[in-house]
Design a protein around this ligand. Structure first.
Ligand code: CP
Length: 305
């Protein structure tokens, strides 16, 4: 593959190869000397049109650990503010001959569009409510390391599934690796039509979490709700926020995940987020490893001139 635009289109062996490569990258990141030469002489540009802490920082760290020159484009200070279109900005950067362009954009499909225009490898770092493939890969790596497998596990993805690119990518990836995936939330945020994606849909936490091996919580993505659906935080927490009491519905050895950023007291209680069954910090570490693996995999297809 020349680009990573989504989980859609990846086959199970592609996913498993990336996860295995990420295992090696974890070892690199845990050494004192973390630098590798895979991307030496290459230029990586991170172009983020939406806010990010984890994804942008970990793509920058991952590129640097592989020896690339990494440039973070500061979109807030770019000529987008003067009316330049996304395509013109991308073509301008393309003329500077980057090798890899990592893009996050609010519009679903924007990253696919750019991938057809530029000469370099393109990585989707999140496009609207569509896909966030490296998040799904890091989630799968985290689960595999803690549970030893993904096949046969029951994963409950809870909360605002409708607006979540993390959920879409995870539904495809976990399904491809043989997990049973559930969408759990109010009917406005986990509508029944999600069943078309191959998930079982539940509208209450007791039934949705029943026997789940992994409980994956999602933030209310108010920026994509356009004023509709928005419940009050207190009411939402009462019915759908994960606290110790609701976690008891899940399997006794269930583990808790959250892609971040978290809204404590809205979708998740601090006692669970910071508790012994939380994998949230591990997910962040796996994020660097998975992004190193993705960059290394793309490096195999970069031109040698
Ligand atoms: N999970 C995730 O994408 O986090 P950021 O928005 O901070 O990158």
């Amino acid at each position: 593959h020349r680009h990573l635009l989504g989980i859609e289109g990846l086959r199970r062996p592609d996913i498993e190869t990336l996860l295995d490569m990420a295992e090696d990258a974890i070892e690199v990141s845990r050494q004192v000397e973390k630098k590798r030469a895979t991307l030496r002489g290459r230029t990586q540009v991170n172009l983020f049109y939406e806010a990010s802490t984890r994804t942008q920082a970990s793509f920058e760290i991952a590129g640097k650990r592989l020896g690339a020159d990494v440039m973070n484009m500061s979109v807030a200070n770019s000529s987008e503010k003067k009316g330049e279109t996304l395509i013109d900005t991308a073509m301008t950067l393309n003329a500077m001959r980057p090798d890899i362009l990592v893009i996050r954009h609010a519009q679903a499909g924007a990253v696919h569009l750019l991938a057809r225009k530029v000469d370099c490898a393109v990585v989707n770092a999140g496009d609207g409510a569509h896909e966030h493939p490296t998040q799904a890969l890091l989630d799968a790596l985290t689960i595999r390391r803690h549970k030893g497998r993904i096949e046969g596990l029951t994963v409950a993805i809870c909360g605002d599934v409708l607006h979540s690119r993390v959920a879409r990518s995870n539904i495809m990836l976990l399904g491809a690796l043989g997990a049973r995936v559930r969408a759990v939330g109010p009917s406005t945020l986990a509508p029944d039509f999600l069943a078309r994606l191959g998930v079982d849909v539940f509208h209450d936490m007791r039934r949705g979490l029943d026997g789940a091996d992994i409980v994956m919580m999602l933030r209310l993505q108010r920026e994509r709700m356009n004023g509709a659906f928005v419940p009050s935080s207190r009411e939402y927490f009462h019915f759908f926020g994960l606290d110790e009491e609701k976690l008891r519905y899940a399997a006794p050895d269930a583990l808790v995940m959250h892609p971040g950023p978290m809204n404590r007291g809205v979708e998740i209680d601090s006692s669970v987020a910071d508790g012994a069954r939380s994998l949230i910090r591990d997910q962040v570490e796996m994020g660097v490893a998975v992004r190193m693996a993705v960059l290394e995999a793309l490096a195999q297809h970069l031109p040698n001139v």
